[in-house]
Design a protein around this ligand. Structure first.
Ligand SMILES: Cc1cc2nc3c(=O)[nH]c(=O)nc-3n(C[C@H](O)[C@H](O)[C@H](O)COP(=O)(O)OP(=O)(O)OC[C@H]3O[C@@H](n4cnc5c(N)ncnc54)[C@H](O)[C@@H]3O)c2cc1C
Length: 284
């Protein structure tokens, strides 16, 4: 590993000023993704700017929106009573991130900014229509998470910006959701994953949100599947159609975990299983 400078700012302003003066420096939160990339020589930053002492970036606050600080660890998300109550699928997906040792240091902001198509927390945040807040010394901006990812390892973050918060709108009572993930072993990145949310009025689907992981260059909303379900009575035939459409619209790759063809097939199966589970037809 090549040597690099290491800064430990105590405020967000200090962190942002350091980033502005050292554009090729990288922010580091838990380091569970970044240090591996540095070790593997995928990245060679001249400096690391640790966010660990920037308290402003930690914690969960509930006002009109629920705000999750980017530095909040995956373990803290799992243990947060508000998130367990209002955003249970985020908690379920967080439980599937790595091991307890990884979850204790890994941050939700790092999970998003690493921009892996397999990022487990991205899927529930996509179906909950989360926004992200990005900040530089010049000011802050917000955008839907669905517009944040640009490709593997690439996001809309400018070099002088940091992700500060994730913002979630209020939940509704008739909303049900589920997260399903298939990996080679229990602690592994997803071969494929799905988060599905339905708002039902009796048998009729009012609103559907579907997001998939490891199935395209970015964590992806499947708008074609959502359109197929919305306004319809969800029958077993329609669930089968949703499986078919999901398999058709994704764009997975082959890698050491699975082939492109297997991923395409299994994404569809996961979508159908998620629907069956939501509608009480089977156990996922
Ligand atoms: C053994 C192991 C198992 C894993 N299993 C899973 C898994 O099952 N599912 C999964 O999704 N992930 C998994 N991961 C990946 C990793 O743990 C997560 O992506 C984690 O959430 C990253 O968070 P971090 O705080 O460690 O990020 P870091 O490694 O500190 O940072 C990751 C990237 O984000 C940038 N960054 C971090 N915070 C900010 C910020 N606030 N603003 C701007 N840029 C920022 C960094 O510069 C870096 O490029 C695993 C990792 C390991 C080592």
């Amino acid at each position: 590993m090549r040597g690099f400078d290491y800064f430990k700012p105590r405020s967000l302003e200090e962190a942002l000023r350091l980033k502005e003066t050292t554009p090729d420096a990288r922010f580091i939160a838990g380091g569970t993704d970044l240090l591996i990339k540095i070790k593997d020589k995928e990245l060679r930053p001249s400096a690391l700017i640790s966010l660990r002492s920037v308290k402003q970036l930690e914690g969960v606050e509930v006002n009109k929106f629920t705000r999750i600080g980017a530095l909040t660890t995956i373990s803290d998300i799992i243990q947060n009573p508000v998130l367990c109550e209002s955003y249970p699928v985020l908690v379920e997906a967080s439980k599937r991130v790595g091991s307890i040792q990884v979850r204790n240091v890994a941050s939700i902001g790092g999970n998003l900014c690493n921009c892996s198509p397999a990022a487990d927390t991205a899927l529930p945040l996509l179906i909950y229509n989360a926004k992200v807040r990005l900040q530089s010394i010049q000011g802050s901006r917000e955008m839907p998470l669905s517009e944040f990812f640009k490709g593997p390892g690439e996001s809309c973050l400018k070099s002088e910006e940091t992700l500060t918060d994730i913002l979630l709108g209020p939940t509704t009572v008739n909303r049900k959701a589920i997260f399903l993930k298939i990996g080679r072993v229990k602690m592994d990145l997803a071969i494929a994953s799905v988060a599905l949310m339905l708002e039902m009025e009796g048998e009729r689907c009012q609103k559907a949100r579907v997001a998939v992981g490891s199935a395209a260059p970015v964590p992806l909303r499947l708008s074609k599947v959502e359109e197929l379900l919305e306004g319809e009575t969800v029958s077993k035939e329609l669930a089968g159609e949703a499986q078919k459409v999901a398999s058709e619209v994704v764009a997975p790759i082959s890698d050491i975990r699975a082939s492109e063809g297997y991923r395409r097939h299994i994404v569809g199966v996961l979508v159908r299983h998620a629907l069956e589970n939501m509608l009480g037809w089977s156990r996922a």
